[in-house]
Write a protein that binds this ligand. Structure first.
Ligand code: COA
Length: 170
């Protein structure tokens, strides 16, 4: 995958992002949405991507292969008394799982967090999502709790693990 590019998403990626979100939503039951994607328009996605670019502590990274978005990783900074923290999200198109794209995105995202002064990264992950949990533990994330019945999909309740990465220097 020598031609894989990881870069910040730009407003011009809005339409492609909407299609990408529908694709990843349909490829696992690990995300907050399914194949319908998110209820957003190209305009609102453009506004969102511009606002992320303007926020020095948040980012939306995309992994692009041959012009197609095949993965993304986001860091969303929290406000006020939580402004030392940010929340992480990540996904890769199923056809590319297990080929290191998630790891590359994680490395770029953690480097961005360190450079922009984030001290704690938080995330929530399905307790049975061993691929994602393995990825997070590989980069130092620690499980500290479980949120019961976090998702309900077709009447089935699914627990989530709560994880964090502490980037504070001792
Ligand atoms: C989680 C996800 C982003 C990982 O992306 P990826 O590109 O496959 O990740 P990588 O190829 O870098 O692999 C990461 C590690 O997970 C390991 N792994 C892959 N599948 C695994 C599994 N089923 N169980 C345990 N470990 C697994 C890989 O071996 C690799 O570990 P290593 O580097 O120590 O060998 C991807 O599976 C995905 O998009 N899943 C659907 C969406 C999702 O679950 N997002 C997270 C929501 S919290």
């Amino acid at each position: 995958m020598s031609e894989l590019i990881i870069r910040e998403a730009a407003a011009a990626d809005a339409e492609a992002m909407i299609e990408y979100l529908k694709a990843i939503g349909g490829e696992s039951d690990n995300l907050t949405f399914g194949a319908e994607g998110l209820p957003i328009t190209a305009d609102s996605e453009r506004d969102y991507l511009e606002s992320v670019l303007a926020d020095k502590r948040s980012t939306e990274l995309v992994a692009v292969l041959g012009g197609e978005i095949i993965g993304d990783a986001s860091l969303t900074a929290l406000p006020r008394r939580m402004s030392h923290r940010a929340e992480l999200g990540i996904a890769v198109r199923k056809a590319y799982w297990g080929r290191g794209v998630g790891s590359m995105l994680m490395e770029e995202l953690i480097a961005f967090a360190e450079e922009s002064g984030t001290e704690i990264i938080d995330l929530e992950v399905r307790s049975d999502n061993s691929a994602a949990i393995h990825l997070y533990e590989k980069y130092g994330f620690v499980r500290f709790g479980r949120s019961p019945a976090y998702f309900r999909i077709d009447g089935e309740y699914i627990d989530f693990d709560l994880m964090y990465l502490d980037l504070r220097k001792p």
